[in-house]
Structure formats: structure tokens, C-alpha cells
Design a protein around this ligand. Structure first.
Ligand SMILES: CC(C)(COP(=O)(O)OP(=O)(O)OC[C@H]1O[C@@H](n2cnc3c(N)ncnc32)[C@H](O)[C@@H]1OP(=O)(O)O)[C@@H](O)C(=O)NCCC(=O)NCCS
Length: 207
């Protein structure tokens, strides 16, 4: 399945094109991971061509088994798939019949603070509810480290309400986390605190 999502070129926010990652993106991935912030926030940073191949293989398998639907986020102004890669956005952990999935994302350092991540998250969210709502998807969660203020802002701007605070879980999660969520019906997301806010869930890292 090859899914390509395009935002309107006019209107608020940047014009973006989302398409699955491919082998041609290796130089871009290596470039993105020269950023120390990306290296620190990823459990498996891409340092070598081999790492990039492995990462792309995870994305390819994700589309095959449906467990990880990731998109390269490109500048969509040119209306072409050859635009510059600006970031990544992914729907993670959803299976047919399940009511919940998670969104993850990152933006290349040079493209930050231009509304790329929030626009890409909005596009992915709309597509996910439209595509999988009938198969049970009701809620998408967004997790980030509490001290990642830019990520918290992305959540707010893309309509993901703050649901709760997850405790730190060193060594994997040295800082507390925020759990945000958005419902497919646009209604308030309700959680049973004891069931939902347990530690050990979610990535709290890069997409
Ligand atoms: C978090 C991240 C994805 C944001 O991407 P982005 O494309 O810059 O996001 P947006 O431009 O849509 O929004 C960023 C918002 O955060 C704000 N922001 C940035 N740094 C901030 C800071 N230190 N404190 C408070 N707000 C901050 C920006 O001003 C902007 O808000 P505004 O539009 O109201 O001005 C990007 O910084 C990144 O990739 N970081 C490294 C990896 C990562 O943290 N991934 C997310 C893991 S959950």
C-alpha cells in the first residue's frame, strides 16, 4: 500500500506532502541525525548507512504488518514527491479492531518552528480516523517527555488534549512524560486513571 497525503497549498500552515520512506532517503536521514538533539532523543539514532538501512527496513515492515505507518514529511509547495524532506510522522501500534494508536514525529533541525510537525500530525490524524475509524480506531495518543516544551506545543496545536502525567522510569525514561490524546469524534477523551496512566507505555521519544 502506498499512501501519499497532500495538504492544501493555500490556507493556514505550510503546504506539505507525506509519503512512505524509501531507499533514496538515506542521505537525508544521515543528515538529520547529525543534530545532537535527534541523537539524544532517539533510542536508536541513525549514525551510519547501515543504521539507516535498518531503520528503513523497520518502516517497510511497519507498512506490511500495519503496526507502524510512517511518512516522510516533504515540502509540498512544488506539488511533487521530489520536495525536500523536512521530518517524519508515524501512526504506531494500531491493529484492526483496536481502539487506540499512537502518533510519533520529528522535524529536521533546519525546519523547526515553522509549523511542520503540528501540520503533519494534523494530516496524519485526519487520515488515520478517516481510514481506520470504521475498523475501531477511536483515540490516538501522543507521548512526550515533560521537558520537551516544543513537543507539548505540537500536541496542543494539533488538538491533542493533555490527559495526564506519566512518572519517570529510569533508565529508559529518565524524566516524567505527558500523555495527550485526541478522539476521532472530536469529543473529550476520558481515561480510567489506574488503567491508562500506568508507567511503561509509549515511546516518549522521536517518531
Ligand atoms: C518537537 C519537534 C518535533 C517540533 O517540531 P516543529 O516542526 O518545530 O513543530 P512546530 O513548528 O509545529 O511547533 C513547535 C512549537 O514549539 C514552540 N517551541 C519551540 N521550542 C520551544 C521551547 N523551548 N519552549 C517552548 N516552546 C517552544 C515553537 O515556538 C512552536 O510553537 P508556536 O507555533 O506556538 O510558536 C522538533 O523540535 C523535534 O523534532 N525535536 C527533536 C525530536 C523530538 O523531540 N521529537 C518529538 C518526540 S515526542
Amino acid at each position: 500500500m502506498t499512501v501519499v497525503l497532500r495538504s492544501a497549498e493555500s490556507g493556514p500552515g505550510p503546504a506539505l506532502l507525506l509519503r512512505p520512506w524509501g531507499a533514496g532517503d538515506i542521505p537525508c536521514l544521515l543528515d538529520v541525525y547529525r543534530d545532537p538533539v535527534m541523537r539524544q532523543s532517539s533510542r536508536n539514532p541513525i549514525m551510519t548507512e547501515q543504521d539507516a538501512f535498518r531503520w528503513l527496513e523497520v518502516q517497510r515492515r511497519g507498512w506490511t504488518d500495519g503496526g507502524r505507518l510512517s511518512f516522510a514529511v516533504l515540502d509540498g509547495v512544488r506539488g511533487s514527491e521530489a520536495g525536500r524532506v523536512l521530518g517524519n510522522v508515524a501512526l504506531k501500534g494500531w491493529q484492526a479492531g483496536s481502539d487506540v494508536a499512537e502518533v510519533g514525529y520529528w522535524t529536521a533541525a533546519a525546519a523547526r518552528n515553522r509549523g511542520i510537525a503540528s501540520r503533519a500530525v494534523e494530516m496524519l490524524t485526519a487520515w488515520a480516523f478517516e481510514s481506520f475509524g470504521a475498523q475501531g480506531l477511536q483515540r490516538i495518543e501522543l507521548l512526550h517527555q515533560q521537558d520537551n516544551l516544543a513537543s507539548c506545543r505540537v500536541a496542543q496545536k494539533s488538538g491533542y488534549a493533555l490527559i495526564g502525567v506519566l512518572p519517570a522510569e529510569p533508565p529508559a525514561f529518565p524524566a516524567a512524560g505527558h500523555l495527550h490524546a485526541r478522539s476521532g469524534q472530536g469529543g473529550e477523551v476520558r481515561y480510567h486513571a489506574a488503567r491508562r496512566l500506568r508507567p511503561g507505555r509509549g515511546g516518549r521519544g522521536t517518531g
